[in-house]
Design a protein around this ligand. Structure first.
Ligand SMILES: [Zn+2]
Length: 113
């Protein structure tokens, strides 16, 4: 849901609450035509809320996340992934410190200090 849709939902919901509340007031006062008009406007606001909530969110992801390319692109991607995997470490402190520290038993601990 975008910000504009959220804003419209809030505006419609506030209008709906106000219309129904005013319609109840008019029923108490005996102004039936005005009460019917207020309830009708409240139903229109409710329809606006439901319409905005029923819209599908925009799909920012492309249908195919893999970029088009031949075997060279795939090989470059494979090498980048392999290099990233080589930089990872299996010790727990590496993962809990966002890759800045290593456990004492880790063979990579001395390289970083
Ligand atoms: Zn480590």
């Amino acid at each position: 849901m975008t910000r504009s849709q959220t804003g419209l939902v809030v505006i419609y919901a506030c209008g709906m609450v106000a219309c129904f509340a005013r319609g109840g007031t008019f029923v108490d006062l005996g102004f039936w035509a005005a009460a019917a008009l207020m309830y009708a406007m409240g139903v229109v606001c409710l329809a606006g809320v439901l319409f905005e909530l029923s819209l599908d969110p925009q799909d920012d992801c492309p249908a195919d996340p893999v970029p088009p390319g031949g075997i060279r692109t795939r090989y470059r991607t494979y090498r980048a992934v392999r290099a990233a995997r080589r930089r990872m470490c299996p010790c727990d402190r590496y993962w809990t410190s966002i890759g800045t520290e290593h456990d004492d038993w880790c063979p990579r601990a001395r390289r970083t200090r």
